[in-house]
Design a protein around this ligand. Sequence first.
Ligand code: PGA
Ligand code: ZN
Length: 393
Amino acid sequence: MLAGEKLGRAAVPSGASTGKYEALELRDGGKPWLGKGVSQAIGNVNTTIAQALIGQDLDQAGLDKNLIELDGTENKTKLGANAILAVSLAFAWAMSRAQNLALYQYIGQLYGNDQFIIPRPTINIFNGGKHGDWATDIQEYMVIPATSLNWADRLRLGAEVFHHLGKILPEKGYSINVGNEGGFAPAVKSNQEALELIVQAVNQAGYKLGEQVSLGFDAAASEFYNEETKQYELKRDGQSLSSEEMTGWVEQLANQYPVELLEDMLAQDDWAGWTRLTAKLGDHYQVVGDDLLVTNTGRIKQAIDQKTCNSLLVKLNQIGTLTETLAAMKMAQGAGWSNVVSHRSGETEDITIAHLAVGTGCGWIKTGSVSRGERTAKYNELTRIAERVEASR
Ligand code: PGA
Ligand code: ZN
């Protein structure tokens, strides 16, 4: 993408445990690439989108509006959210360069923010669910460094705890192969055992749990919710729970450890359950909606009205343009919620989300373990941004 003779480039990610209400990721189907090809999406960028937009004098909001109109469908099913987002983000990169700004500064201008905060990472060191061959039912176990630590120390903590866990696992006879988001993924005996191993790793690394580091989970509960029986099927623990029982299970788990963040502990259509969970736990925990909200202002508004969460998980490709993503974040922020900018399980080396987190000053990023290049790409970019932001203070 060119703007003012400056080049912008972006790659879009893909999810394994996608929410039912996400914008469409256009794939070719058929045999090549096991049906996952994106020739049609690329074709849409190079023909329909290019023909309509090249030579026009647009700003970010204008470009994104044109893209949305050009597609004309509710869920971007005509052109594909992958095609649309690639253009939206490449344009943002090109525009930031044309204006001689870092991307986070450009995003800051769009969002009306000049408080560039280096986010707290929620570092996913143990992968289960669809990301880890169902090693556990819970998809993600995260360690969250305390606000008192600076960026470099936060990252160091994540790396040290991860590698201590990597020493403990073989001692127990477990494998150290990693899952989609770079966390270890051995089939442990229960959901709780993973947690106990992480606590051991934190201790061995010499950190104080509850002081220097807290914990977070993403259950991705839609993946083990049985819509027919309305039961949450925790296979690793050999139990099947109603929505109310599941809330009790979450509460018990969270109370036993210094937990800060609870993402998608219930399924994407269990609105009443979410309201119950937030009423019970919302004062003490960050209750984050991912598949429930899909970065969509329509669903976020409903969630604000029904008090189902107090935090939004932000995924650009769930909605498909930068402008709509920023609108979702503004809406969440306006309701007093936090925003957690997030990667996908299927990532690329693209580093845009590092800038999105800093530019909006949201204070949070979820981008996997300190392992696998597509995860460390974001951490490395945040290290560069942190140096720049700190130097400008
Ligand atoms: P996904 O998972 O990219 O597979 O949807 C990431 C998450 O749930 O946060
Ligand atoms: Zn999630």
